[in-house]
Design a protein around this ligand. Structure first.
Ligand code: SF4
Length: 370
């Protein structure tokens, strides 16, 4: 649990808080504001402000510009056989850096899943191979350019975790995570080992695309890398943060452990249920038809628009039309959901379901480090 400078905002990687004021977050936690011009050919997530902040982004921009080695790393948490819709943003960012020259590492966090959720290592591996990895491929990960590993099979990660554990005091750990619960300790140090692991072979900058709830891990690994710098010469890992996608009632981030109701997760196999969820979602509709025709919808409060922008409508022109027709009062919410909300969500999942079946056939070709 990271507490901001004036102690009004906290970020907890295991919590469910909704953080709406991202500019305050940037100030309070000393993050870097994301500048759309920093990377060449920004992707949709960068262009649409879904990525809002980061750490040391220039180091990565320089590697891209000068064609120097760098890495991108992300983890699969096999604690269930569904993934958070926000993971799509992370995968698109991995893909972006992968396409811009990053050596790509995707780890299966089976040790962490066992420590924090009680999922056995065998079960974690099974879920990763049968669901998570094909889902990542279906969402755009290029397996030809990706190295996978299991935390439980990577001794170098365990060794690094032990080295990192020497560099943090109990009080510092408590200040960042709120407690020294044994599962949190195992999980946090294993993640540090993961984040630094690609630098064992070759010291180079690396970028970690994460949801903002994971910022405490980034802060701690950067502190540790700084303390290990003299001895090991690690680069401080960079990060790119994405915003939460709120729950369909607009209340809090869609956490995996939250109630299934009001959530859209990957996969959504029942498209009729998906339609019902979108039809019940919180919108920025005005109290009366007349008022909405006159003033337009309050689009910044609308989860249907948020989902369309963050995930379902990839074409900027179509998204602009949805926006225009909302704020001008041309569409009422029912019309808008029928024209944009439901069809594009269904299309997203139809594509996903089709690609997932194809992707299952390529799992045998992935490179897993032993
Ligand atoms: Fe949301 Fe569409 Fe209603 Fe606008 S018209 S508030 S975008 S559902």
């Amino acid at each position: 649990m990271m507490v901001g400078k004036n102690k009004e905002i906290t970020i907890d990687p295991w919590g469910k808080e909704l953080i709406q004021d991202y500019s305050r977050l940037i100030k309070e936690f000393g993050m870097q504001e994301f500048d759309n011009n920093i990377f060449p050919e920004p992707n949709l997530q960068m262009r649409r402000g879904i990525n809002f902040g980061g750490q040391d982004l220039e180091a990565i921009a320089k590697c891209i510009k000068d064609n120097k080695p760098f890495y991108v790393l992300s983890g699969i948490m096999p604690s269930s056989e569904k993934i958070h819709l926000g993971t799509e943003t992370v995968i698109q960012n991995i893909r972006y850096f992968q396409d811009h020259g990053a050596k790509t590492f995707v780890l299966i966090a089976d040790v962490e899943s066992q420590a924090t959720r009680g999922v056995s290592l065998e079960e974690g591996k099974r879920r990763a191979m049968e669901f998570h990895i094909p889902a990542y491929i279906a969402l755009g990960l290029d397996i030809e350019k990706t190295t996978f590993y299991l935390q439980s099979e990577n001794k170098e990660v365990s060794n690094l975790a032990a080295i990192c554990s020497q560099k943090i005091t109990e009080n510092e750990f408590r200040a960042i995570y709120g407690s020294v619960h044994p599962a949190k300790v195992v999980s946090a140090f294993t993640q540090m080992g993961d984040i630094l692991f690609p630098q064992l072979k070759e010291r180079m900058p690396g970028i970690i695309p994460v949801g903002i709830d994971q910022a405490p891990h980034i802060r701690m690994v950067r502190d540790v890398a700084r303390r290990l710098k003299q001895e090991y010469g690690f680069f401080l890992p960079s990060a790119i943060y994405n915003k939460y996608t709120s729950a369909l009632d607009g209340s809090f981030k869609m956490s995996k452990s939250a109630e299934a109701i009001g959530k859209i997760e990957i996969p959504e196999k029942d498209l009729n249920l998906l339609e019902k969820k979108i039809n019940k979602a919180l919108t920025g509709g005005r109290p009366t038809r007349e008022e909405q025709r006159e003033k337009g919808g309050e689009i910044n409060k609308c989860t249907v628009y948020e989902y369309a922008k963050n995930h379902f409508i990839k074409d900027d022109q179509i998204l602009n039309k949805m926006f225009e027709e909302c704020v001008s009062g041309k569409n009422l919410c029912g019309e808008c959901k029928a024209k944009y909300g439901v069809p594009y969500a269904k299309k997203f999942f139809e594509n996903f379901n089709k690609n997932f079946e194809e992707a299952k056939k390529s799992v045998g070709k992935i490179k897993i480090l032993k």
